[in-house]
Design a binder for this molecule. Structure first.
Ligand code: NAI
Length: 258
């Protein structure tokens, strides 16, 4: 069996991914705030360090794959901390154990929302590793009201997708033979979207932002199966891709613009 680290394992896409892996006989070490093998808060630097140390110890020093699903969508500074720094700092902290695998792999969950209007300043601050500034920008946007506050989530995911593009070809990842990729879902039926989709107005907002001509809203399984393949031994050359697994939302919105 391969040893997988899955963040956000207590709910939604992470929980479904962990369950499918266990069904296949793989070993899963889940990380989440509560209800996981490793309970840690990925919104803080200390939480990330503690999570990486505990997961590495539970794994016995070698990790075969990391699947980072933990994320939040609220218009608050914690969103850039969890969605960007909680992924990249954790991946970097787990890299020594991942390098020991015969077939190391990593995949993260970005979002279709990464293509939406965002704050370039926040994206740049995140990519520069400046969490304090990124959080200050998020707070300023939130203070300006819901419209500006909404930019926080797409900014966190744009930064994450761009980090994956850059790092995937670096000495750390490609240089160590580790495929690193992102999946960008459309609207997935999980606790994250349940409130929004519970009213006709909310559903219309979601569908205007993320039109899904192929099969409409998607199950967490639709994302989990792709994450499983990206982190399997079968994936030897797919690297640095942001795969829009989104019912055709990207093709609808961007069309020829690629
Ligand atoms: P969810 O809310 O069902 O699960 C997210 C999990 O992350 C929860 O178990 C939560 O406790 C954990 N988490 C949140 N903050 C954390 C922290 N500080 N430390 C540790 N764990 C923390 O959400 P869902 O839908 O499964 O989302 C998974 C990923 O997919 C997220 O990154 C989300 O942004 C992304 N996504 C979701 C979409 C959707 O429509 N549901 C669409 C596109 C992307």
């Amino acid at each position: 069996a391969r040893t997988y680290i899955v963040t956000g394992s207590a709910s939604g896409i992470g929980a479904t991914t962990a369950a499918l892996l266990r069904d296949r006989g793989e070993r899963v070490i889940g990380i989440d705030l509560h209800g996981a093998d490793v309970e840690a808060d990925l919104s803080t630097p200390e939480g990330r360090v503690d999570a990486a140390a505990a997961a590495t110890e539970l794994a016995g020093g070698t990790i075969d794959a990391i699947i980072a699903c933990a994320g939040i969508s609220a218009p608050i500074p914690a969103t850039i901390s969890v969605n960007y720094f909680g992924v990249v700092e954790l991946l970097q902290a787990l890299l020594p154990a991942l390098k020991k695998s015969d077939a190391p792999r990593a995949a993260v969950v970005s979002s279709m929302a990464s293509l939406q209007t965002n704050s370039p300043e926040m994206v740049e601050a995140a990519l520069a590793g400046d969490e304090t500034t990124a959080r200050e920008i998020a707070q300023k946007l939130a203070d300006q009201g819901p419209r500006a506050g909404y930019l926080v989530y797409p900014s966190s995911k744009r930064a994450l997708s761009r980090w994956v593009r850059r790092q995937s070809i670096s000495a750390d990842w490609a240089g160590n033979g580790i495929p690193l990729n992102a999946v960008a879902p459309g609207t997935v039926l999980t606790p994250m979207t349940a409130d929004l989709l519970s009213t006709p107005e909310g559903a219309k907002m979601a569908d205007d932002a993320v039109p899904m001509p192929l099969n409409y809203h998607q199950s967490p399984e639709s994302i989990a199966y792709l994450l499983l393949w990206l982190t399997s031994v079968e994936n030897t050359h797919l690297a640095g891709q942001v795969i829009y697994d989104d019912g055709g939302a990207d093709a609808t919105l961007r069309g020829d613009d690629i």
